[in-house]
Design a protein. Structure first.
Length: 232
């Protein structure tokens, strides 16, 4: 792959991936133009490619030209504390509300709610159960994977994605949907976060779910450790 070493240097130096892609595409086009010029000058393919690459500049020179532009650095490398310390709990809570809000809205519009609970038809119960399963087993692992991939793409230290994943684990998002048989009131739908802070005894009742969530959330971390080890 063209400019692979240059790509690694730029990413490790904090340049945002989109700017790296654009810069390397421009360099490739320029290198093609230089190669054609050398071919037109009478050099064979190998000599033309070598002379064109020399005229383009060394990887060090090309990297230096890009690194002078501080505005091309990604937010993750400019403010990692904001991305990996502040964002994970905010993203987790926002994603949880975004997932459950349509159900709450549908319950209110459909006049299913009352002081005695939700009178939910079967379709609503099935949808709520699916959303609860998605929220409990998929949402947080996906967020963890997003932060891990972000750090890996920028070649950042492992400590940053580990911090983000740890915060997501401590957030301990729990989706809950309990309904009686269709036609009876008393159902409930909700989200809990960091319940262990206020009700430590809750872990005795929810530890199977918490253990599964922990295992799924740690999978992206294992992926990161494996890929970094393989590269080294």
């Amino acid at each position: 792959m063209r400019f692979e070493n240059l790509r690694e240097v730029l990413l490790a130096s904090g340049i945002a991936p989109r700017h790296v892609r654009r810069y390397l595409a421009e360099l490739s086009e320029h290198l093609d133009d230089l190669t054609r010029q050398q071919r037109d000058a009478g050099y064979d393919a190998e000599d033309a490619a070598s002379r064109a690459r020399a005229r383009l500049g060394s990887d060090t020179e090309l990297a230096s030209a890009m690194l002078q532009h501080k505005q091309f650095r990604s937010i993750a490398t400019r403010a990692p504390w904001a991305v990996f310390l502040l964002l994970p709990p905010v993203a987790g809570i926002a994603a949880a509300f975004a997932l459950i809000a349509p159900l709450v809205l549908a319950a209110h519009i459909g006049r299913m709610t009352s002081p005695h609970g939700i009178l939910a038809p079967l379709w609503f119960q099935q949808t709520a159960s699916a959303v609860t399963l998605l929220g409990n087993l998929v949402l947080v692992p996906l967020l963890a994977m997003r932060f891990v991939m972000l750090a890996d793409r920028q070649r950042m230290a492992r400590a940053w994605p580990l911090l983000a994943v740890a915060l997501l684990v401590l957030l301990d998002l729990q989706f809950q949907a309990d309904f009686p048989p269709p036609g009876h009131r008393g159902g409930s739908l909700g989200i809990g976060a960091a319940l262990w802070l206020h009700h430590p005894g809750n872990l005795l009742n929810t530890w199977p779910l918490a253990l599964v969530q922990l295992a799924l959330t740690l999978l992206p971390v294992l992926y990161l450790c494996w890929t970094r080890k393989r590269i080294v």
